[in-house]
Design a protein around this ligand. Sequence first.
Ligand code: 1CP
Length: 368
Amino acid sequence: MLANDTFLRALKRAPTDYTPVWIMRQAGRYLPEYNETRARAGHFLALMKNPDYATEVTLQPLARFPLDAAILFSDILTVPDAMGLGLTFNAGSGPRFAHPVRDEADIARLKAPMIDPALRYVTDAIRQIRQALSDAKGVQRAPLIGFSGSPWTLACYMVEGGRCDDFRWIKSMLYARPDLVQRILDLNTRAVADYLNAQIDAGVHALMIFDTWGGVLAHRAFQRFSLAPIARVIARVRASRADAHIPIIVFTKGGGLWLEALAASGADALGVDWTVDLTAARQRIGKQLALQGNLDPAVLLAPPDIIRTEVRAALDAYGPHPGHIFNLGHGILPCTPPHHVAEMVEEVHTYSRALRQRTSESDPFYSA
Ligand code: 1CP
């Protein structure tokens, strides 16, 4: 039972009283309370791997803002970490893998992780967050989103060994030895599907696949190395958890050119970045899918009246139709003032309510 199911209704493209909103990286460095908890934990990995801390920081943004969903506090790199690649985080330089996957011998050693026990800290955190979100009668305040990286995005980190600008290792492997990249992707597809299934079993209400690096691929390469494995992950989850009907959001950063292809992946909703026009995107993907997005995160650095104008423009672009989930086009910037987030959330809720009231349900535009 959920006190607020607006987000889940929007994912099903059912009518809602207002447009639901949550924020990518909503529990993160722009919040002083997050930085405080991270300092207590010692470092990012200690924070993420401890279900008590993970629960605490997952709830922090919901205590501040009336957000319509919580997202599990974790990271996409949990999966390659569980494969034994030796993940560390250095302040400033981001994630590093001690054992990147660079050749055939490295690939031969790779194994899909046993979710239990390797990733039990994630499923434990999900169960604990669900408890913390519910009142004495078991009514949940808001739905909980689980997530994974896409097989391709995980492969980028596994082969490059960390953050990178030019993707030189994985792209040279992709063109010279596509069979090797395909082997990594096949393994990741299995691992990601198992991981998402375990998150469903632990109690998430929706799932998101972050394809952060799909947009760096050439057109043909995108279809084969990013999109096809995502579609296989979704098919596996659907086949093994058919009764659960857990909605899946696919977000390919820089994927605006490929919306029709992404819409055929089996996803229930597509996340879009700020390069996309929501009016055109809605028309292109048709009536079967919801859309999530897409304010430029940098808008939140502008004064509040500008933030409100930009929020209204995004809501107007989608229009009063069912199936919009408001979000940023990518993760919130660490330098964002928290009170600017409050302005954004408030404007999404009030303006989207007014937008629906102005548009009669009998208006053919509404049901188009
Ligand atoms: O210093 C810190 O406190 C760590 C910053 C941080 C945070 C807050 C990292 C390190 N991960 C996270 C949490 C996180 N990561 C979430 C939590 C849920 C939420 O609130 O949204 C999620 C969904 C992620 C997913 C993630 N991690 C992605 C995909 C989404 C995206 O932003 O594109 C990626 C690419 C990562 C890798 C990663 N983890 C952390 C950093 C700094 C990075 C990026 C490294 C790079 O630049 O390549």
